[in-house]
Design a protein around this ligand. Structure first.
Ligand code: PRP
Ligand code: URA
Length: 209
């Protein structure tokens, strides 16, 4: 059974409060989303497998530890998820990056798939799916379904803001997936927006509205 981790780090909380403000512009919004992604990556990699290695320092022989286990991949859900990729790569630069393109139909709120390109060996990797917003959960559950259909078994999902409705749906459809949530908000409004949220993450990252 996967776990649900709601971040409690002061820097993450501070930065999320900052980008919620409606008068924060595109440049700053994008930069701070990257910083939050980097901090969340740190939290979401705490328990990666390690192995012992023998090391010759300039002074002595010692035994250290380095990463072991599955190689890593990052899969942003287009388009807003792209805003989290560089922050993740800053900490795990050897990770491969796949892309899943989904947009939410504004009427039905159902996800519509338009792109999928994944690392050839993605089923052998631990995959971090990233999207700033988990609202109804339609997009993220669909993206994870697509990954599972390709044989990926080891999946973590990172979002900056989640609604309880989306968390519930993720837990029901993908109970094996670990969730890393920057902030858990109150609810969805009638248009499927997270309240209080931060508005449309994609538009705010790319300046399209
Ligand atoms: C946003 C967001 C998520 C999705 C969340 O994307 O980035 O992918 O909505 O909503 P859900 O949980 O109800 O599916 P959007 O569809 O606006 O596309 P965009 O990233 O291209 O702006
Ligand atoms: N997608 C967003 O970008 N924001 C929301 O509040 C909900 C879905």
């Amino acid at each position: 059974m996967g776990e649900v981790h709601v971040m409690d780090h002061p820097l993450i909380e501070h930065k999320i409060s900052y980008i919620r403000r409606k008068d924060v512009g595109t440049k700053e919004f994008r930069e701070v989303v990257g910083e939050i992604a980097q901090l969340m990556c740190y939290e979401a990699t705490r328990d990666l497998e390690m192995r012992e290695v023998e090391i010759e320092t300039p002074v002595a022989h010692t035994v250290g530890r380095e990463l072991d286990g599955k190689k890593l991949a990052i899969v942003p859900i287009l388009r807003a998820g792209i805003g989290m990729v560089d922050g993740m790569l800053a900490l795990i630069p050897a990770a491969k990056v796949g892309h899943i393109g989904l947009y939410r139909d504004p009427e039905t709120l159902e996800p519509v798939e338009y792109y999928c390109k994944l690392p050839a060996d993605c089923e052998e990797r631990r995959v971090f799916v990233v999207d700033p917003m988990l609202a109804t959960g339609g997009s993220s559950t669909a993206a994870i379904r697509m990954l599972k259909e390709k044989g990926v078994k080891n999946i973590r999902f990172l979002c900056i803001i989640a609604a309880p409705e989306g968390v519930k749906r993720m837990r029901e459809e993908h109970p094996d997936v670990d969730l890393y949530i920057g902030a858990l908000d109150e609810r969805l409004n009638d248009h499927g927006y997270i309240v209080p949220g931060l508005g449309d993450a994609g538009d705010r990252i790319f300046g399209t509205k």
